[in-house]
Design a protein around this ligand. Structure first.
Ligand SMILES: NC(=O)c1ccc[n+]([C@@H]2O[C@H](COP(=O)([O-])OP(=O)(O)OC[C@H]3O[C@@H](n4cnc5c(N)ncnc54)[C@H](O)[C@@H]3O)[C@@H](O)[C@H]2O)c1
Length: 260
């Protein structure tokens, strides 16, 4: 007899699911029996992820657009899921500005944009799904921060305050996890966070030079970058019944790169 699927009958939303780690989350959740709503600002990418997902039994997958910098867009997406499926069991807040972040830009307008997506985006999506989870008296919210939250660069004499919005935004995601967990536990909603170390996605190939990647790997106990599947395995665990007693925690999936 095959192993029971760990998310059978569950309805899960994954943001940033057009590619990279988000697509792996969507695949793993679908493999484990969930109906997956793959969302991304890249609508076509999200739709093609949904089409590729395995579907057996009652499983149905949807792909669509969300812009997590807009509460109205998040609300609209959550409303569509409730209209279609009647409930929302899990939300994976994976979307972020990561691949093409411009570290040279440190003007207020740009920082506003990065922080709005990376820091407030997970809050907006959570705000949109929480009413459904509250009425069900159950739910799993899984945020995705980054080991970058715990790192910093030293600039002896910068000409201006540099752009550290990515790390700052992810540090905020760690904090958001704790505050949401505190107030949602009474509704049996758990809120946890995955902090990936460097993970080999197309975005990483764009964002991190081979030299930097080699240096980072060399300073890591396991001596290698993570694979997207390893991050997805952590999300599956946090969404599964096995994690029902875990909330407000940050799970570092990083080969030991940081050990807070
Ligand atoms: N790859 C890594 O090494 C690594 C390490 C630590 C954390 N992370 C985090 O993991 C997540 C996924 O990373 P990835 O490597 O797959 O990168 P990625 O760029 O492939 O994935 C991010 C996705 O978010 C989407 N997105 C961006 N802005 C959006 C918006 N306003 N609304 C909706 N969707 C939007 C993008 O279109 C993209 O599909 C990100 O949160 C990233 O910060 C990645």
């Amino acid at each position: 007899m095959g192993a029971a699927q760990r998310l059978a009958g569950k309805i899960a939303i994954v943001t940033g699911a057009a590619g990279g780690i988000g697509k792996e989350h969507a695949k793993r959740f679908a493999d484990e029996g969930a109906s997956v709503v793959a969302l991304d600002i890249d609508e076509q990418g999200a739709e093609s992820t949904a089409k590729e997902l395995p579907a057996g039994g009652d499983q149905r997958h949807l792909g669509g657009r969300v812009d997590i910098s807009s509460l109205a867009s998040c609300q609209d997406a959550a409303d569509r899921v409730v209209a279609e499926f009647g409930r929302i069991d899990a939300l994976v807040n994976n979307a972020a500005i990561y691949a093409n972040i411009d570290h040279k830009r440190a003007d207020e307008e740009y920082l506003d944009q990065v922080l709005s997506v990376n820091m407030l985006g997970p809050w907006r999506m959570s705000k949109a799904v929480v009413p459904a989870m509250m009425s069900q008296n159950s739910g799993r919210i899984i945020n995705q921060s980054s080991d970058a939250a715990l790192m910093y660069h030293v600039s002896r004499k910068p000409e201006t305050l540099p752009n550290f919005a990515y790390a700052w935004s992810k540090y905020s995601v760690n904090g958001l996890t704790k505050f949401m967990a505190g107030v949602l536990g009474g509704y049996n909603i758990t809120v946890n966070c995955i902090s990936p170390g460097m993970t080999m996605t197309e975005a990483t190939q764009q964002a991190v030079s081979p030299r930097m990647a080699e240096r980072l790997n060399a300073s890591t106990p396991l001596g290698r970058a993570m694979e997207p599947q390893e991050i997805a395995a952590a999300a599956l665990f946090l969404a599964s019944d096995d994690a029902k007693g875990i909330t407000g925690q940050i799970l570092y999936v990083n080969g030991g790169a940081v050990m807070p």
